[in-house]
Write a protein that binds this ligand. Sequence first.
Ligand code: ZN
Length: 97
Amino acid sequence: MTPELFEWYTDLSKAFPIEGQTVRLVEIEGIDHCGESHFDNCTIYINKDMETHEKIETLCHEWAHLLDMYTNGYTEQAHRDSWGIMYAQVYRRVIDQ
Ligand SMILES: [Zn+2]
């Protein structure tokens, strides 16, 4: 795994834990988008074929999805307001450091 991505994964695990869950992070090849988060197994998949900064931004985006869905329940409206608030909090931590 990209070392810098792993460092941020470790940081977010401590800063924004999901109660009762351990977030899994997997870099995968062969997808045509940046990443995905799976609510059922609390796993984030990140496209391996991207620049490191894109992977880190994707990690923030997907982490916010898991936080939102575990906190507020599953929705088809993935980018609802509550997701946006969590994304802002996660993203701010990353850009401020
Ligand atoms: Zn999304």
